[in-house]
Design a protein around this ligand. Structure first.
Ligand code: DLL
Length: 433
């Protein structure tokens, strides 16, 4: 089912006409209200009138996370604070948070996009949504909440944490759609099992999981353990929050970008050259309907790929591939680029492995050593030491063969890797300490 048939299935030509008009309005808006943009444009000798076609977007300057930090907290807003009705912030791992603002109309836009998202993921008005994304400065909780209400579904605003209570509520209320991070979905399943509750007793049909990288293998595991269809959702605070793109339940193959609100590009992160459809690189987004906090060519650091082929669900908007990771999460281990999600794909193809793992990088002299700690299930853990060692060697070999990097694999006992109620911590980089 499609929430906004007219826009979501719009022929390309009509969509592009709308995009150009909206892009021109946005560029004029930022140029006339935000000193940062006016200076950047002036330095490049650009004026808003220079945007006469969609291809002209490539002439515009990029916006980097550091630019947002330099203008902390509200320097990039285009409206006076009395027009701002909501503020969110993303914590990030280092430094200042990134602060974003919304006008009343921005909240309406966002709610519509989240209603589209929920419906693409299989929800309708008749569904009950168990929303275990964190409520607060993080955009996940409230983003889903407003979308669910816009759709007309019933939403349980449970937020993250207190996992036993989550399971009891699921048992008593019978929600049909689960929304949380993929790592938290697995923790809920684990706690349910400890409580002797079987997910097959529940009414869930679908889950919409995102806010962190995860693999196809992890999808398989979640679908099995939680007995539902798992969709990937992508978004970031700087662009709007969740609701930038989502997979449809019909195909579960790539995430439809809501291109009537965001223009995506893929670039080579080193040369900044724009890459054609089908070539992986860094995602760059320009928002074209945001009022309080529009961004021009925002460098997401997320690595993905764009596919223009039509989807069998009927949506015409371009799809992006599963995000493999952030270029700044990418580990360079002895010259080889490694994303945690690639390691995840390799280890999770092995029987007896639990989807909980952590990578640790240490520096010894001038050498980087990568250790992959992987949880095994009780059955494997009770095997003889020799068996476990064999399994470690096998995993090391697979990682070496598939990723070209040598890593030390350490199998650890069930439930020893720290669980997460939000975004999982996959990498411990001791090189910086
Ligand atoms: O994580 C927004 C969100 C909430 C998305 C709920 C989906 C669901 P931030 O906290 O600003 O916003 O973090 C954004 O998280 O740049 C990616 O690196 C990562 N990320 C988000 N979704 C995915 C995903 C929210 N599906 C950052 N796959 C982004 C991989 C993702 N990474």
């Amino acid at each position: 089912m499609i929430y906004n048939e007219e826009y979501e299935t719009m022929p390309r030509e009509a969509l592009e006409a709308i995009q150009l008009r909206r892009l021109q309005t946005t560029v004029t808006r930022v140029y006339s209200t935000v000193p940062f943009y006016r200076n950047r444009f002036d330095e490049m000798g650009l004026k808003p009138q220079d945007v006469n076609s969609l291809a002209d977007i490539h002439k515009l300057p990029f916006t980097y996370k550091n630019d947002l930090r330099d203008n902390y907290p509200f320097g990039m807003f285009t409206v006076p604070m009395d027009s701002v009705v909501r503020i969110h912030a993303s914590s990030g791992t280092t430094g200042q948070p990134t602060v974003v603002g919304y006008t009343a109309r921005d909240i309406q836009t966002w709610s519509e996009l989240m209603a589209r998202t929920l419906m693409a993921g299989g929800a309708t008005k008749g569904d009950m949504i168990h929303n275990a994304y964190g409520y607060g400065l993080f955009t996940g909780g409230l983003g889903f909440h407003y979308g669910a209400e816009k759709l007309g579904a019933s939403v349980i605003p449970i937020s993250g944490g207190n996992t036993k209570r989550q399971v009891l509520i699921m048992k008593d209320f019978g929600p049909t759609i689960l929304t949380c991070t993929p790592s938290y979905a697995l923790l809920i399943a684990e706690v349910a099992e400890e409580m002797g509750v079987d997910f097959r007793e529940f009414n869930f049909k679908a889950g919409i999981f995102g806010a962190e990288p995860w693999s196809e293998q992890m999808r398989g595991d979640i679908e099995l353990k939680l007995n539902l269809k798992a969709m990937d959702i992508y978004g970031l605070s700087e662009i709007i929050g969740p609701g930038v793109s989502v997979e449809c339940i019909e195909a579960q193959n790539g995430l439809h970008i809501f291109e009537d609100h965001f223009i995506p590009e893929i670039i080579d992160p080193e040369t900044e050259e724009v890459l054609p459809y089908g070539t992986p690189g860094e995602l760059v987004f320009t928002t074209i309907t945001k009022e309080a906090f529009p961004v021009i060519r925002y460098r997401t650091r997320d690595i993905s790929v764009l596919h223009p082929e039509p989807c069998r669900c009927g949506r015409t908007m371009v799809r992006m591939g599963r995000v493999r990771g952030r270029s700044d999460d990418m580990l360079i281990v002895r010259g080889v680029n490694v994303f945690p999600s690639q390691i995840e794909s390799v280890i999770m193809d092995t029987d007896g492995i639990e989807p909980h793992y952590q990578l640790m990088v240490e520096r010894e002299g001038r050498m980087d050593n990568l250790t992959v700690m992987v949880e095994v299930n009780e059955r494997i853990f009770s095997d003889e030491v020799k068996e476990l060692q064999n399994m470690e060697r096998r995993l090391e070999q697979n990682i070496k063969e598939l990723l070209g990097v040598s890593a030390k694999v350490k199998l650890v006992e069930p439930k020893s890797i720290q669980r997460s109620e939000g975004k999982a911590v996959r990498v411990i980089d001791k090189r910086k300490i």
